[in-house]
Design a protein around this ligand. Structure first.
Ligand code: UDP
Length: 229
């Protein structure tokens, strides 16, 4: 094992440039102040991430994903993660509502990009492009690339989820450097996205855990069925 995070373990392989991502059932929220387990979450998030990375590849957007190995593991390219979380917002909810006093559910069009510094000890603070340069996390050109790729991914994923009866409210991406290229990495799942059911407005993501909305496992299974079924 190379690394154990909150929701995944990363393993080395015989190849220097490939890793295995193992998806756990552990769930955390509010900078790990709230902890729990969501039964079969790892299985759901592995399958959904694999499906979405494949869908992005089909649309010409490369990622670290190589292939799914089994129900909890995927093979990935070994990238150097850029410690910037890139958030795309199509509607206002979560931290932006608290921060800016926006109306819950406000449609954000064109979509908004936000950057957060990936540092647990600091609580992943919101940062500006100037902060990213100051901290030497990425160059001006790389920041533009992160923004453009995030917007492109949104344009591909929004209609994908629309067809599944889900509104893609917001999501977080992580990117890595791989042979001089910036590619999307980590995972794209109900842990890292917010989905609202188009018919009912029901929350279909980790907000059920964050806010104790109940039916957490069932909802993850429903997202799996809609995305991969
Ligand atoms: N998000 C994430 N990891 C984080 C913080 C946020 O995957 O460490 C995702 C979250 O699931 C949501 C989006 O990024 O889809 C925006 O989250 P927000 O800034 O509203 O923070 P939150 O309210 O979740 O603390």
């Amino acid at each position: 094992m190379l690394y154990e995070g909150k929701a995944k373990k990363i393993f080395l392989t015989e190849k220097d440039d490939e890793l295995i991502q193992y998806f756990k059932d552990d769930a955390t929220a509010f900078n790990a102040e709230k902890r729990g387990t969501i039964l079969k979450k790892g299985v759901v998030n592995n399958a959904i991430s694999a499906k979405l990375f494949q869908h992005l590849a089909d649309a010409g957007i490369p990622s670290h994903f190589i292939q799914q190995i089994n129900d909890r593991e995927m093979l990935t390219r070994r990238v150097k993660i850029i410690p910037v979380e890139v958030v795309v917002r199509n509607r206002a909810t979560g931290s932006i509502v608290k921060r800016l006093g926006l109306e819950e559910g406000l449609i954000i069009d064109p979509p908004l990009i936000e950057f957060f510094y990936k540092d647990d000890s600091l609580g992943d603070p919101l940062i500006s492009e100037d902060h990213i340069r100051l901290l030497k996390l990425a160059t001006t050109g790389q920041i533009e690339e992160l923004r453009q790729q995030a917007l492109n991914i949104n344009e591909v994923l929004k209609p994908f989820f629309q067809k599944k009866g889900m509104f893609l409210v917001d999501f977080k991406l992580e990117f890595g450097l791989w042979s001089g290229q910036i590619i999307v990495a980590d995972e794209i799942s109900p842990d890292t996205c917010r989905f609202w059911d188009i018919q009912t407005g029901e929350r279909m993501d980790k907000d059920r855990f964050r806010k104790d909305l109940g039916r957490i496992e069932e909802t993850y299974q429903e997202v799996l069925k809609r995305v991969c079924g």
